[in-house]
Ligand binder design. Structure first.
Ligand code: ADP
Ligand code: MG
Length: 295
């Protein structure tokens, strides 16, 4: 664990302008889909403070694939959970699609998440008693889509992730890689403005990791989704358009990257997500070959 840990003492701290300034929402059409401003998270454990996030500010553009890279304990999950409205910050603001997530009540958040956010989890988080088809169709229930339409769209998504023959399987009847593909189909089915992935390949072997990452990124490209992936694995960062490095709850670098799945690559319905792409089309002012120690 490498988080910044502070002894509790009565320090007033710096004149925190972030604590008094209100967030000014940014219109969704100026290209920014997600804004993080002066985010701080302090956990209190007995008489100790754990500063999980120092003061994080970040803007993420529509359609961007952003990797938040850091060793274990650097604050990645805390940041992702706060951005997704699953946890409250100690201070600061998160704005998604022009709406301030950090100002919402639990009830508002539940609705907002269903309408605007897709999740891909390390441990898949599928409903164990439901079939692959039912799991994938689930997000459409909250969007008022009819049962027939839900089924048709879920079937299409499952075929797209290569699981045409596993529609009726339950999670326990599938491999880890297959379960994660179900998770991917579920995250993208309602085409939410933002998809978050927390160590999506953390439980998979290296071959399956490549397959799953290809699939996630190609899905994001297909639907022009904004994708935020947090990971300790430098290899996963190769898929991102942008790499934000986190050390002890602070951003230490923020660089453009040439993704192994380029932005411009067109994709047709007939072409399932597969084999790693060797095509490279450098972006202006971009850097390549990003590496990070594993944690
Ligand atoms: N609920 C919690 N209570 C106390 N400390 C926590 C809690 N959640 C996370 N932390 C601490 O915050 C730091 C960042 O954790 P986390 O965001 O889970 O890191 P990462 O996902 O990068 O491994 C760690 O030091 C961790 O121990
Ligand atoms: Mg984590």
């Amino acid at each position: 664990m490498s988080a910044v840990e502070e002894r509790l003492h009565p320090s007033p701290g710096p004149p925190g302008k972030d604590s008094v300034r209100r967030a000014k929402p940014v219109a969704a059409d100026d290209g920014v889909i997600l804004q993080v401003r002066g985010l701080r998270k302090v956990y209190e454990v007995e008489d100790e403070k754990v500063v999980a996030l120092g003061k994080i500010s970040l803007q993420i553009k529509k359609g961007e694939i952003c990797c938040i890279l850091g060793t274990s304990g650097s604050g990645k999950s805390t940041l992702l959970n706060i951005m997704a409205g699953l946890e409250k910050p100690t201070r600061g603001h998160v704005i998604i699609a022009g709406r301030e997530v950090t100002a919402m009540s639990e009830k508002e958040l539940a609705v907002f998440r269903r309408q605007n956010i897709g999740f891909i989890f390390q441990s898949y988080n599928l409903m164990p008693q439901d079939t692959a088809l039912e799991n994938v169709a689930m997000p459409l229930v909250f969007k008022g889509v009819s049962k027939k339409e839900r089924e048709a769209r879920a079937k299409k998504m499952l075929a797209r992730v290569g699981l045409k023959g596993r529609m009726k399987h339950r999670p326990s009847q599938m491999s880890g890689g297959q379960q994660q593909r179900v998770g991917i189909a579920r995250a993208f089915i309602s085409q939410p403005p933002v998809v978050f992935a927390d160590e999506p390949t953390g439980n998979l072997d290296s071959h399956t990791t490549t397959e799953v990452m290809e699939m996630i990124v190609r899905m994001a490209r297909r639907y022009h989704e904004t994708l935020i992936i947090v990971t300790h694995d430098g290899d996963i960062a190769r898929y991102a358009d942008r790499i934000v490095r986190l050390v002890d709850g602070a951003i230490v670098s923020d660089t453009e990257n040439v993704s192994v799945v380029p932005r411009e690559e067109p994709e047709t319905d007939a072409q399932p997500a597969q084999a790693p792409s060797k095509r490279k089309k450098p972006l202006a002012d971009s850097k390549q070959g990003q590496k990070q120690t594993k944690g």
